[in-house]
Design a binder for this molecule. Sequence first.
Ligand code: ATP
Ligand code: MG
Length: 321
Amino acid sequence: MLTIRDLVKVYPGPVTALQGIHLDIPQGMFGLLGPNGAGKSTLMRILAGLLEPTAGQVSLHGEDILKDPQKVRRHLGYLPQDFGFYPHLSGEKMLAHLLTLKGVTARGRSLRKLCSELLERVNLSAAAGRKVKSYSGGMRQRLGIAQAIAGDPRLIIVDEPTAGLDPEERLRFYHLLAELAKDRIVLLSTHIVEDVAVLCPRFALIRQGRLLACSRPSEAVAEVEGTIYEGSVAPEELDRLRSQHRVTQSLLVEGRNRVRIYQPEGSPPEGFLPVVTSLEDAYLVAMGNAQAGGIAEVPEGRHPNSQTEPTPQAPAPEGMS
Ligand SMILES: Nc1ncnc2c1ncn2[C@@H]1O[C@H](COP(=O)(O)OP(=O)(O)OP(=O)(O)O)[C@@H](O)[C@H]1O
Ligand SMILES: [Mg+2]
């Protein structure tokens, strides 16, 4: 169990990035879901022992991890949000370099053998000799995971690992993370609701350094069941609708706005029908509730039912050198 108590981080500025986070993270996959600037990376960097908190306590299986970050780092795998690779090194050489930096010892085996085992584990054996610059986004993330799992850590922290992956690579990455979470804590931060819906039996929602919820996806969905309605309005009617109802999503389709509204009580506007709710609905409602007097809205151009990221970055073509 990873236990986080009253964690506060104030950056110079001052910017309060974490405002007293209180969380218990059990074995398995745990999602930390929140928009840009919510404080996800700050939290993860503190847990990884790379950043000192302003206040608060963190313990892993009862051991204070803030007191001796060096010691804990040995039991920890961390994949940062922006992972730096040397593009001209092969995957295998890059991994060997990262393991050396991390201080991972091969325990009797050669470093080369250890790298080859790790590359096998993340399904990169066939690309081991290729330069990292020829890797797709997903392959790079898997290489990042290979260094994170070296030394068989009890806790793996992955910061926004699926951002920029195409759907196929994301799926492959999901399988890898799910496999890793069988016998350890895997903490995944993301702003992609689908990551949590697919992977995480438990998740926490954070925004502006505050914890909004800690729940199971199914429970979060059940909470908004029966409160979301969908209908279609002309673009000129949208402002009026917004002034009277809580619009959570809108998408322009063939010149009209397909709109979702959150209506916990009272009747919906004419022509609006109840929909089967998703975790994305729950997320948007929670964000909207947290935003004083405002509404969290999905940008135009995104399908209301879609739980995938709007613009995944295309991976570099395979075979490019
Ligand atoms: N080194 C820093 N100095 C000052 N402010 C910072 C620093 N790093 C982060 N912040 C601020 O702290 C807040 C939380 O940032 P953080 O990077 O933890 O959020 P995040 O949830 O990881 O966002 P993203 O989804 O964009 O990665 C933001 O307001 C950010 O601007
Ligand atoms: Mg971040």
